[in-house]
Design a protein around this ligand. Sequence first.
Ligand code: PNS
Length: 170
Amino acid sequence: MALPTAPGTRVVCPGSFDPVTNGHLDVIGRAAALFGGVIVAVGANTSKRDGLFGIDERVEMLVEACRSWDNVEVDTFTGLLVDYCTAREAAGVVKGLRFAKDFDYELPMAHLNRQMSGLETIFLPSSQQWGSVSSSLVREIAVLGGDITPFVPEALAARVTARARQRAEG
Ligand code: PNS
């Protein structure tokens, strides 16, 4: 059965995306099928300071990874997510949930974003295949010399591995 969609509605998928993983792409692709447009918005998470890639590089990699969806654009934002969503006339935010810890982290933000501006958050359960994949574990595997090709888009694996090795060599 086809899912009901909201073709005129634009949503934002925000995140750090350092780097984008197949789990992120699963959520972005499913949002693109449900809504008219998706803005993938790269924001700085103030609690994560030791990034592997700069914001411009993350955008570059997302553009490459999202090129097959013609209703997905990649952008950056600073400041409050609610202000960005208002400026971009987005109807809501789509976030993937892998497990209870994600829910505990996301729910307060969803509550406060809605209290601040009425912004809705739509949670999509991650696909089982990607339910344990995170950017932080991908970074760790790559820095320690492991194979990340199962977890990130094929076209980006070599770039992520090279940066991680560079970082590991100091
Ligand atoms: O991928 P991440 O690290 O979970 O992404 C977190 C991000 C950047 C989406 C989140 O930190 C965010 O929304 N930051 C914007 C600042 C903001 O609006 N803070 C108030 C939240 S109630």
